[in-house]
Design a protein around this ligand. Structure first.
Ligand SMILES: *Cc1c(COP(=O)(O)O)cnc(C)c1O
Length: 397
């Protein structure tokens, strides 16, 4: 142990010994002390490893990013304060006035807003096109297109982007391909293995998995792009909290187990929903009636993931009856929690989209998206059977 302190103000040395903690420590320190200016030089020049100031990097973020790097087959990944910070850091760190970006037309709502409204203020133009159709994507390219942003699985229609076609197109035209892999996770698909240059995540969702932290992740293959993104993120203060990183790491230990169980539940629940009176259609990538079934089998193999969408007969009244009849399943606009959550795009994620535009992609008042969790499948089947029966009664009455 250390000597009795002479003041409460000085930071006393931490007790050391031959033992080490099994659980990674939580390091809240914002600043890191160095031994001398020479040592600080060595650190800045990369000759020795160390930290200086938490906005520039800290051990809990690095420990977490190494784990996600391992899952994605990436190197030098970066953790940020949210998934949207990750999307923003890539776009704003790499693009400049005059550039053009092409996005999938069913991207996450805030990503679409960033592209079409915020980037536009900086003179960066955006087009969107149907990412399931590589010809439509190709037709939307311009000579000044610098980046393509797609999600593998569209929200909430669960359509599959033509990842192979888009990767080939991006490579031929020397355009950076950025993939938001939040819905698929590296257990379902690894974009960097299939021609993507940059992968981003909302770690908030399946990776952390407990709906108690907001974090993002970026990995870029090219070290020059990696440094530009890092500098932009650090300059604009997109830094994650050490405690959030610590919590996310704790959640990540069980990611594979949670994912496999949730996926198995999703497959069974999708098949069950399809048998219920009052369900108009069920959308799950591995079902033979999915519009991109062949592509799903090719890209994802047997990994259908944990997201299931379905459409009820009847309008808002049926939708209200469903959520009210199954209060144990949180009706909440999120995904990837350990427990099942249910979202209704028409009143949440897609409420700003006009009813006509929603109808064009099949999002009606009866449309729901389920983020399937790890509960006992019997329980989920009971809940949804009761909910759909209540909805069918409301639709008929
Ligand atoms: C949630 C989500 C985001 C944004 O992540 P936050 O952590 O909420 O900022 C981005 N992309 C997709 C696909 C998401 O589901």
């Amino acid at each position: 142990m250390t000597d009795t302190p002479r003041t409460l103000v000085r930071r006393n040395p931490w007790p050391t010994g031959v033992s080490r903690p099994v659980v990674p420590p939580l390091q809240l320190s914002v600043v890191y002390a160095s031994e001398s200016p020479d040592e600080l030089d060595a650190q800045y020049q990369g000759r020795v490893q160390g930290y200086t100031y938490a906005r520039e990097g800290h051990p809990n973020a690095d420990h977490l990013s190494h784990m996600i790097d391992g899952l994605e087959g990436a190197e030098g990944g970066l953790i940020l304060g949210s998934g949207m910070a990750a999307v923003s850091a890539v776009l704003l760190g790499l693009l400049k006035t005059g550039d053009h970006v092409l996005g999938g037309d069913q991207l996450y709502g805030r990503s679409l807003r960033l592209l079409t409204q915020d980037l536009a203020r900086f003179g960066i133009a955006t087009s969107t096109a149907d990412s399931t159709d590589v010809a439509a994507m190709a037709a939307a390219l311009r000579p000044e297109t610098k980046l393509i942003l797609v999600e593998v699985l569209a929200n909430p229609t669960l359509r599959l982007a033509d990842m192979e076609g888009i990767a080939t197109l991006a490579k031929a035209r020397d355009i950076t391909l950025m993939v938001d892999n939040t819905f698929t996770t590296p257990r379902g698909y690894r974009p960097l293995d299939h021609g993507a240059d940059i992968v981003v995540h909302s770690v908030t969702k399946l990776l952390a998995g407990h709906a108690d932290v907001t974090l993002g992740y970026i990995a870029a293959k090219d070290p020059v792009q990696r440094k530009a993104i890092y500098d932009f993120a650090v300059t604009t203060g997109m830094t994650p909290s050490p405690f959030d990183c610590w919590l996310a790491e704790r959640g990540l230990y069980s990611f594979s187990l949670r994912y496999d169980r949730a996926e198995e539940n999703a497959r069974k629940l999708a098949d069950h929903l399809a048998t219920l009176r009052g369900v108009k259609r069920v959308i799950y990538p591995l079902r033979p009636d999915h519009p991109d079934h062949n592509r799903a089998a090719h890209l994802l193999g047997a990994r259908g993931g944990n997201m299931v969408s379905f459409e009820l007969e009847g309008g808002r009244a049926a939708a209200n009856a469903l959520t009210r009849a199954m209060p144990e399943v949180a009706f909440a606009p999120t995904l990837g929690d350990i427990g099942t959550t249910l979202s209704h795009p028409a009143s949440s994620s897609h409420r700003a989209v006009s009813p006509e535009a929603r109808a064009a992609v099949g999002i009606t008042e009866g449309f729901f998206r389920i983020s399937v969790g790890v509960e006992e499948i019997e329980l989920l089947i009971e809940d949804f059977t009761r909910g759909v029966a209540a909805a069918a009664t409301a639709a008929e009455g």
